[in-house]
Write a protein that binds this ligand. Structure first.
Ligand SMILES: [Zn+2]
Length: 469
């Protein structure tokens, strides 16, 4: 039965993706959103009160409803969810799993619980009914970044934490083997070879650490799928060349499966799983033009009814893309630029503040030298950046490798930053440190950009994370 349902889901999702016209997408959104609204008004005291007296007949009315944020969702968790779950108890369950590094099992034998700290330190709890996660194989086949001709797939899946939701992707023809991010690179390669895996799924930062070992794999992956972090175009080509495999990116958040790659490699919004409102800097005007930057992104999860998220404020900055040659009318995300709270705000020569986006800063760093394994950027004053570079074994004294020394790399990076920042007309001092960077082993995200300038930066609310819901 499960297999048939997975197959039916796959066919239906493919149909939506390939055949839906823009009008059909709109009608689908309208129907799904109205159904969801009727449900939350019945079953969620939080939404019933939030929307009291608001009549919603269609999408225009819906777009006028109040938005919610991660902190609001957490503050009202007990009255927001429709399953009668209590935050204290769910959190206790999730933390116990976390401490025991045992990520499998359902809460009350029914719910998959995802725990995410985002990057701002405030915990998020995301609950999904197992009836939904058990349909993940179909969704994964349609939107997970793999192609049907890749079947059967043996996936080596690497992330800091695991969850029952990921385990539920296992199905006939889909095997998923998990390794924690902290696993030594040699061991990852050994497991890859032993298990004869053919799909590698890992965040870009981990793939970067695997690069020096790429030559040791027996068979190149049929596909590499990245998630949980922004994948820079330069990095994508570098990883693809080293592993001799196509690299695609999925855009997955605790709040929903936001976007998936098509056969042309474009990232399409999953219009049938989430309703995404893309708004300009004024917070109201819809962004519709390719190349236009999205300042506010509101997500309504159309499938999760246990913990309904309606008009939920994401913290990611993206750019809308143009029509895709694959022919799908699902909107294309041109670029994921990063998170709102990753934007640097540097003092200009004229005395104001200038926003410098994290995608640019990441690119300056990772294109300076292939041996930069990891980095972090900390802004502790409006005119000061402290950059830490992890050069792997090159940073150790006595390393006899040929080519530039660690100091040469650091000097090149300094020159690059000075040049790039000068073009922005900003005034910024720079410290570059060389030292190993330890990745978090728990559910905290690797935070590459940090701020310690009180009062200058907006309070983060949510964001791209790595729990399946
Ligand atoms: Zn496409």
């Amino acid at each position: 039965m499960a297999l048939l349902r997975n197959l039916a889901d796959l066919i239906r999702l493919n149909w939506h993706f390939c055949r839906f016209s823009e009008r059909q997408i709109q009608r689908y959104h309208q129907r799904a959103v109205l159904r969801l609204l009727a449900m939350v008004r019945r079953k969620s005291p939080f939404y019933r009160e939030l929307y009291a007296g608001r009549e919603v007949r269609g999408l225009p009315d819906y777009r006028g409803l109040p938005t919610i944020s991660k902190s609001l969702m957490m503050a009202h968790f007990d009255r927001l969810n429709t399953a009668g779950l209590k935050l204290d108890e769910v959190l206790r369950f999730a933390l116990a799993k976390e401490m025991a590094h045992d990520y499998l099992g359902y809460y009350q034998n029914r719910y998959v619980v995802g725990l995410s700290s985002g990057t701002s330190g405030n915990k998020g709890i995301y609950v999904t009914d197992r009836r939904l996660t058990q349909r993940l194989p179909g969704v994964f086949l349609a939107r997970g970044g793999i192609r049907l001709r890749d079947l059967p797939v043996r996936i080596l899946f690497i992330l800091r934490v695991f969850s029952q939701g990921f385990a539920d992707i296992n199905a006939p023809l889909i095997q998923l083997r998990y390794l924690p991010s902290m696993t030594e690179s040699e061991k990852i390669i050994a497991v890859w070879n032993e298990t004869r895996s053919n799909i590698l799924m890992a965040p870009p930062s981990l793939l970067r650490q695997l690069l020096p070992y790429a030559g040791q794999i027996n068979r190149p992956p049929r596909r590499i799928i990245t998630y949980a972090e922004v994948l820079e175009p330069e990095e994508k080509s570098r990883i693809s060349a080293a592993f001799r495999a196509p690299v695609v990116e999925i855009y997955q958040a605790s709040e929903g499966q936001i976007a998936s790659p098509c056969r042309c490699g474009s990232l399409h919004i999953n219009e049938d799983l989430v309703y995404v409102e893309l708004l300009a800097a004024d917070g109201r005007t819809p962004v519709t033009q390719p190349g236009e930057r999205v300042a506010r992104m509101l997500v309504t999860n159309l499938v999760n009814t246990a913990q309904p998220l309606l008009r939920y404020e994401m913290n990611d900055i993206i750019e809308l893309g143009g029509p895709c040659p694959c022919g799908s009318h699902f909107r294309v995300i041109g670029r994921i630029i990063g998170r709102n709270d990753d934007v640097l705000h540097i003092r200009t020569l004229a005395g104001g503040l200038r926003a410098v986006y994290p995608d640019l800063v990441s690119r300056w760093i990772i294109t300076t030298d292939d041996r930069i394994r990891e980095f972090s950027v900390e802004q502790d004053a409006d005119d000061h950046l402290a950059i830490t570079l992890d050069l792997g074994s090159l940073a150790e004294p006595g390393d006899g490798s040929a080519g530039d020394s660690a100091e040469d790399i650091s000097n090149r990076l300094r020159r690059r930053f000075e040049q790039e920042l000068a073009a922005f007309g900003v005034d910024c001092r720079l410290d570059i440190k060389l030292q190993p960077i330890v990745m978090p082993t728990d559910n905290r995200k690797m935070k590459r950009f940090r701020y310690q300038v009180p009062g200058v930066f907006p309070e983060p609310s949510s964001g791209q994370a790595d729990q399946p819901t």
